[in-house]
Design a protein around this ligand. Structure first.
Ligand code: ARG
Length: 403
């Protein structure tokens, strides 16, 4: 085994990373610095400090990354209307490059030669962490204990914890918890009974949205203001990116907006089933498309839609810090110069529907499109020629086919 001098561990304070902390200290016999990021997971972070202290960690770092997460990662992704496989808003995928960036920064600051993470060998997250570290500082080594040790299941993990007197958490029902990843953008739940995609997910997997059936019977009307492609206000009130997403999570959650039960294709090669809750993100996607609908040129909008699946796949597969993602981002950002204005949405029983939109930079012309008389010169005969020429090759083709 290569000699390691000092490790920065991405540490949540939960069971997996507490065991990893112990295992790193024993296996490498070197100092481990813990790094805990507040991404708005809604959990208290002080217990993480207490656990790290108990494990003898001298250098414990807890950093609030909520604003950076939303302004520099979630919002740029939202500008693209990114969805993986048509449905997934990429809540876990987009958090990994941010965590990796800070792991690398901290490793440099404290003079560590390695970083470590608690992602397993079957998932996407290990790829995202490590590709990001590769792109940011190739001199830093990555330690992934789940791929090295001989613990092979969650059961063996609990046994290791008991042996080393590490407290094993359980959910409110006293059962082993699901595999959960939460931040300001989403909560993702995998594992246990969800591993059978033929089985309906139990109600208690949902953490931050009510069942649409139980949502209020009266719809709620909200407005979201945009400037140059980014949301800046809710109901007329200007907010910081993290405050805005937090506000929309509350509103959406109450109306059961943003639930998704999905079987997706992981980069590593297998299919997996997960439950996602993305209340604020779902509202923002609808609202952003709403404001784009009046401010983007048709060809610009369609080009964005063409590259979107590619862009989303890059983020899903862990290529946030790759040149091709940055190139696509430049294209997307350029398109947003006039994407400003206000969108009104109705939240009702699980849906977030755009009901009106307005912009000082609108391309929409009622005078041009109207069924009534118009002041704008539009020669209806032009349409005749337009169709005649577009139909030219269709007429040849049909004649040849003998229709
Ligand atoms: N499948 C999702 C993704 O790859 C979520 C992964 C992390 N979630 C979890 N519950 N462990 O982005």
């Amino acid at each position: 085994m290569t000699k390691i001098e000092k490790i920065v561990l991405s540490y949540s304070g939960g069971l997996d990373t507490s065991i990893i902390l112990k295992w790193l200290q024993e296996t490498y016999g070197c100092e481990v610095v813990t790094f805990t990021a507040d991404l708005g997971q809604g959990e208290e972070l002080e217990p993480a400090r207490a656990h790290a202290e108990m494990a003898g960690v001298k250098d414990i770092r807890i950093v609030d990354l909520r604003e950076e997460f939303v302004s520099d990662f979630v919002f740029p992704m939202l500008r693209a209307n990114a969805l993986y496989e048509g449905q997934y808003l990429l809540g876990s995928s987009i958090a990994r490059p941010l965590i990796a960036k800070h792991l690398v920064g901290m490793a440099r600051e404290v003079g560590a030669d390695a970083v470590a993470h608690g992602a397993t060998g079957k998932g996407n997250d290990q790829i995202r962490f490590e590709l990001a570290v590769n792109a940011l500082d190739p001199s830093i080594k990555v330690i992934a204990p789940w791929r090295q040790w001989n613990i092979r299941s969650r059961l063996q993990l609990s046994e290791y914890a008991e042996k080393h007197r590490i407290p094993v958490p359980s959910d409110k029902r006293g059962e082993a918890p699901f595999s959960i990843d939460a931040n300001l953008l989403h909560t993702s739940t995998e594992g246990k009974s969800l591993e059978n995609p033929a089985e309906v997910a139990p109600d208690h997997v949902y953490q931050r949205t009510v069942d649409p059936v139980d949502a209020p019977d009266t719809p709620e009307i909200i407005t979201v203001g945009f400037e140059r492609g980014d949301p800046v206000s809710v109901n007329g009130k200007a907010m910081t990116p993290a405050a805005l997403l937090t506000e929309l999570n509350g509103l959406g959650g109450r109306h059961g907006v943003g639930r998704l039960d999905l079987v997706e294709n992981r980069f590593i090669g297998m299919k997996s089933r997960g439950i996602y809750e993305t209340p604020g993100g779902t509202i923002l996607l609808a609202a952003h498309r709403g404001i784009e609908s009046i401010t983007l040129d048709r060809a610009a909008a369609h080009l964005k839609d063409e590259i979107m699946p590619r862009y989303a796949e890059l983020i899903y597969n862990g290529f946030w810090f790759a040149p091709e993602r940055e190139m696509l981002q430049a294209l997307i950002d350029h398109s947003q110069a006039f994407v400003s204005g206000e969108v009104t949405l109705r939240l009702y029983k699980g849906s977030a529907s755009v009901i009106s939109r307005a912009s000082p930079c609108s391309l929409y012309s009622a005078d041009l499109v109207t069924f009534e008389e118009s002041t704008i010169a539009f020669d209806h005969h032009d349409a005749e020629g337009f169709i005649r020429l577009n139909g030219l090759r269709l007429r040849s083709w049909a004649a040849r086919n003998g229709r």
